[in-house]
Design a protein. Structure first.
Length: 279
């Protein structure tokens, strides 16, 4: 017998103000679950907190088509099924050109093992929810993704929300707590610059394995570094970033074309960072 939710009724303690704030995210929802009873129950719960348009699908391929047509603000997916690999599905969404590629994805499964949680995190999942769960557990996850957005990481090896801030109640990995965040604006700027440079270096090194994502990752880091240069008054970084943006604006740049401007940016990193990256 299916045990999806352990509360006898859909009771939420959220006030009208909170429901109004999450409404843009829950307005259109895609549910990917091979268990139709489970999907139906989830559909009813989400309608009770404001969802207006919900599409339920059991097949991974058709779910991708629905994602294109529906443009959901939130996606729920089971981890596995006869025609579903939830982690693979999430990766396809993240690496696609769909307008919903960055929307929150919540994975639900009874297989809440350490490896399944890590797999979900590394696939670009926002939240992981163990079955059976309570209505309160579900609402907490929805509230997290709607009201506590995480930094988006656009790299080659990984695309999705910042894994250091993985919000799953099942996750106990490093840098989950707010106390792990940079304590000052200066520290935050240094961390952001270092991360962008590391991703640029990886994008160049991994260009041949996924050219499209490497270019997309380079473009995202150029935008981040440009904003950082303006905010911190770093003229050298601004000039170097402008050169990379100019290269990226010329159609589909090659690895050779990107090497010059990317290496010019990397040369601005502190010597200790360059050594760490090279090792």
């Amino acid at each position: 017998m299916l045990a999806l939710i352990s509360e006898p009724s859909f009771v939420f303690t959220a006030d009208a103000k909170t429901l109004n704030r999450i409404e843009p995210v829950v307005r259109r929802i895609l549910i990917v679950d091979p268990n139709t009873a489970s999907a139906r129950l989830l559909l009813d719960i989400m309608k009770s907190i404001g969802a207006r348009e919900i599409v339920s699908e059991t097949d991974e391929g058709r779910a991708l088509e629905h994602a294109r047509e529906l443009e959901p603000g939130l996606i729920f997916t089971e981890r596995s099924g006869p025609r579903l690999d939830g982690e693979q599905f999430a990766r396809k969404i993240r690496r696609s050109n769909l307008s919903c590629r960055r929307v929150p994805i919540i994975m639900m499964t009874a297989e809440a093992t350490a490896s399944s949680i890590k797999g979900a995190r590394d696939a670009g999942i926002h939240e992981f929810l163990r079955k059976p769960f309570t209505a309160g557990d579900l609402f907490k996850r929805v509230e997290n993704v709607a009201l506590k957005p995480r930094e988006w990481i656009e790299a080659v090896g990984y695309v999705g929300p910042d894994r250091r801030r993985f919000n799953s109640g099942e996750y106990a990995g490093p840098q989950k707590r707010s106390a792990d965040k940079p304590k000052t604006a200066g520290e935050a700027a240094v961390a952001a610059k270092d991360q962008a440079m590391r991703i640029l270096a990886a994008s160049l090194a991994q260009f041949d394995s996924d050219p499209m994502q490497a270019v997309r990752a380079s473009r995202q880091q150029a935008e981040s570094l440009k904003a950082l240069a303006v905010r911190t008054g770093d003229t050298r970084l601004a000039v170097a970033t402008a050169a990379l943006e100019s290269c990226l604006a010329q159609g589909a740049p090659t690895k050779a074309a990107l090497a010059g401007p990317i290496n010019a940016i990397l040369a601005l990193a502190p010597p200790e960072t360059q050594l760490a990256r090279a090792g």
